[in-house]
Design a protein around this ligand. Structure first.
Ligand code: BDP
Length: 718
């Protein structure tokens, strides 16, 4: 090294060190919502008597993780290193553990209550032991204690009081799982935040530190499972070589209570095992899967199970052998059952038949199997009947399979919602879905009650979210997309949570503790979903995006080999009007729903306007609730969406001095793209539908910048 470089290094490290000590950290979003920057002085003074020391008795990887998180969190938030003690030696300790790991917790005699809450539930309570005050975080399981530790940190991060705590929590759903559509080559199907987090070529020798941070983030919101690979699965994931890599990931996740699962390829016995068939009823096939399961569990004793996309979009499945979904799922379930694993069988199946409507396809294929699946099978059903559109009515299967363990699949990654360019808070969409009344057992049979076991008492419950994470430094591409990962975890823990509460927590933990600023950001988030629907697919429009990549509009698309892969199949625009008639005069897919919601949807006068064009072919001059014609209302909705994005940009700009410059600028750049895209959607879609409606744009709607021809030949760039 030359002299000059030698001299520069100490200077540089001094500069970096002083930056760090001044609290100027790179605001690149890496820390997610787990930011432990020091609280205001007054708050610290208020908290200090409650959190003077930390006592985590016992030894285990999870207990070590708890200790580490609380030391980092408390020290950061309070601005001084927290004292770690072996016993309760002063007032104001935090004691954490299970009755087995911690003699102090055992002395609280909470065993009965803790057992009822299960190994993931917890109690946070202000207690007295030997006359000393303490906050106890107690659970029947160490992972539950970890969840409790994150809860306490969240209280502090969001500046909640710590006096007289009495919090009792348990997850409403058992499996709270991220689905990663990651390929073995490191690419991610529908991923918009860089490459896969799993570096298969380095594994198992090297396990990236980032995997631990991923597991921490998951645990902090109660996510307890991760399907590592794409549902369009590569059989090699089950090879001995890859299973060793998977085991290394499982080892990294284990302290945080995150179990690994794998997507399997149904024909793997042929591709990997060299068998002549993958027929689920062939004994050699079943034996191959049993042996494979044994091999997996010998490496990963707490392996979660399989996720299966079969007989869907070209993926192999039981149909080749004239076997049913139940035959396929139950054969796999039998292989996993001795080890306690589960099968998540996807309901995303839609084989074209003459006169068929894709919105009824999965219902028709799967409803007949209600009650036919093995006890360790869950049927994983997308929230809506088509495919993760900006807005869909709930999937009718949620009201039709009382004897099946239904597990919703939500899409956190924004395949159809502007990738990682658009700010949209998805908790609003998920709330609408979970609150939908299926009327399966009369009024009040909401999706939330169907899936959490309260309606039918299923033993196994769960929720899956297609992850939006990747190798980008900020994990999700857009800083605000982190909120959707957060919201998914919170809703999987408690499907009854209000989006406002989730947004408030997240904003305070992530961007600012200033209540007025937080409120402004929260409001933006809460409005963002409806705005996106306005500028993409208002009034029940769906599947009108550019084919393949799905970014930007292409309502004119009619070139795909399958009719139901074309936009024109879904909107059915003609001289008379717009929309898909799914009533008795059309496909009658509405009959998949239970009365009275079926009749409500089927009647154009009572159908909620947000689903109008989903269920009805509506004349251009039909009057909506606003008194305006369909055409005018449609045009004004698109304009309203654009107006919102413009207002959001102004609002964000006005917050410049309240958010760190780095994240502020990055979000501002994304909002500029969002405005460009919203304008583009409005112009392209309205110009195209105008060729049918033959009516002028109503006053208040801006004229498009280009001709229809331009939009039809130009794909929007992301
Ligand atoms: C669609 C995606 C496709 C997925 C498929 C699925 O476009 O990439 O493979 O869903 O869920 O939304 O299987």
């Amino acid at each position: 090294m030359n002299q000059r470089r030698k001299a520069i290094i100490p200077v540089l490290s001094f500069v970096i060190a002083s930056f760090m000590s001044a609290g100027v950290m790179a605001e690149d979003g890496y820390r997610l919502w787990l930011r432990y920057d020091s609280l205001p002085k007054q708050t610290v003074e208020r908290y200090r008597p409650h959190v003077a020391s930390l006592v985590v008795q016992g030894r285990s990887p999870t207990l070590a993780a708890i200790r580490e998180e609380l030391v980092a969190g408390l020290s950061g938030l309070l601005g001084t290193k927290v004292a770690v003690a072996a016993d309760l030696d002063r007032d104001g300790a935090i004691i954490v553990g299970t009755p087995r790991s911690s003699p102090l917790i055992a002395r609280l005699r909470l065993d009965h209550l803790l057992r009822a809450l299960g190994p993931e539930g917890y109690i946070i309570r202000s207690v007295r032991l030997d006359g000393r005050r303490a906050i106890a975080i107690a659970s029947d399981g160490e992972v539950g204690a970890l969840y409790g530790a994150f809860h306490l940190l969240r209280l502090m991060q969001t500046v909640q009081p710590l006096d007289d705590l009495d919090i009792v929590e348990r997850p409403r759903l058992r499996l709270r799982i991220l689905n990663h559509w990651d390929n073995l080559d490191g690419s991610i199907e529908r991923g918009y935040a860089g490459r896969s987090l799993w570096n298969w070529s380095e594994l198992p020798a090297r396990v990236d530190q980032r995997l631990r941070d991923y597991a921490r983030a998951c645990a902090s919101v109660g996510i307890n499972g991760s399907v590592l690979n794409n549902v369009n699965a590569d059989a090699r994931i089950l090879s001995a070589e890859y299973l060793r890599k998977v085991a290394a990931i499982a080892d990294a996740f284990r302290p945080y209570g995150v179990r690994v699962y794998l997507s399997i390829r149904f024909s793997a016995p042929m591709e990997l095992g060299g068998l002549p068939t993958a027929d689920p009823l062939d004994p050699t096939v079943a034996a191959w899967w049993r042996q494979k399961a044994d091999e997996i569990y010998s490496l990963i004793p707490d392996f979660g199970g399989f996720l299966v996309k079969a007989d869907s979009e070209g993926q192999p499945g039981p149909r080749t052998y004239r076997r049913t979904h139940a035959d396929g799922a139950n054969m796999l379930a039998a292989a996993l059952a001795p080890h306690g694993g589960v099968v998540m069988w996807r309901a995303f199946v839609y084989d074209p038949k003459p006169g068929y409507d894709r919105a009824a396809a999965a219902y028709d294929s799967l409803k007949p199997f209600d009650g036919k699946f093995a006890p360790n099978v869950l049927l994983q059903v997308k929230n809506g009947p088509i495919d993760f559109q900006p807005r869909e009515p709930f999937h009718p299967l949620f009201g039709a399979m009382p004897k099946t363990q239904l597990m919703p699949e939500l899409q956190i990654t924004q395949e159809y919602l502007g990738f990682s360019n658009h700010l949209v808070f998805l908790a609003m969409m998920w709330r609408e879905f979970l609150d939908s009344d299926t009327y399966a057992e009369g009024p009040g049979s909401t999706v939330a009650k169907v899936i959490d076991g309260s309606l039918y008492g299923q033993r196994l419950t769960g929720m899956a979210g297609v992850a939006n994470t990747g190798s980008d430094r900020n994990w999700t591409g857009h800083h605000f997309a982190q909120a959707n990962w957060y919201a998914f975890g919170r809703l999987a823990w408690d499907p009854n949570l209000a989006p406002r509460r989730i947004a408030e927590e997240w904003v305070r933990m992530t961007f600012t503790r200033d209540p007025a600023t937080a409120e402004r950001i929260v409001r933006m988030m809460l409005e963002s979903y409806e705005a996106l629907v306005d500028y993409m697919t208002p009034l029940g429009l769906h599947h009108i995006m550019w084919p393949g990549h799905h970014y930007g509009p292409a309502p004119w698309w009619d070139k795909a080999e399958r009719p139901d892969w074309n936009s024109v199949y879904y909107h059915r625009a003609d001289a008379r009007g717009l929309g898909f008639d799914r009533t008795a005069t059309g496909s009658d897919a509405v009959s998949c729903y239970n009365p009275p919601i079926r009749d409500l949807f089927a009647n154009i006068a009572t159908c909620p306007e947000k689903f109008l064009l989903w269920f009805h072919h509506v004349p251009w001059d039909y009057r909506l609730l606003s008194g305006r014609t369909l055409w005018d209302e449609l045009a004004l909705r698109y304009q309203r969406g654009v107006d919102w994005v413009r207002a959001a940009r102004k609002e964000w700009d006005a917050l410049a001095d309240r958010i760190d410059a780095e994240r502020h600028a990055e979000v501002a750049r994304k909002l500029a793209i969002q405005e460009r895209d919203a304008v583009w959607w409005r112009d392209a879609v309205l110009l195209y539908f105008q060729t049918f409606a033959k009516r002028p744009l109503p006053p208040g709607v801006e004229r498009p910048a280009h001709t229809l021809d331009f939009y039809m030949t130009t794909s929007l760039k992301w």
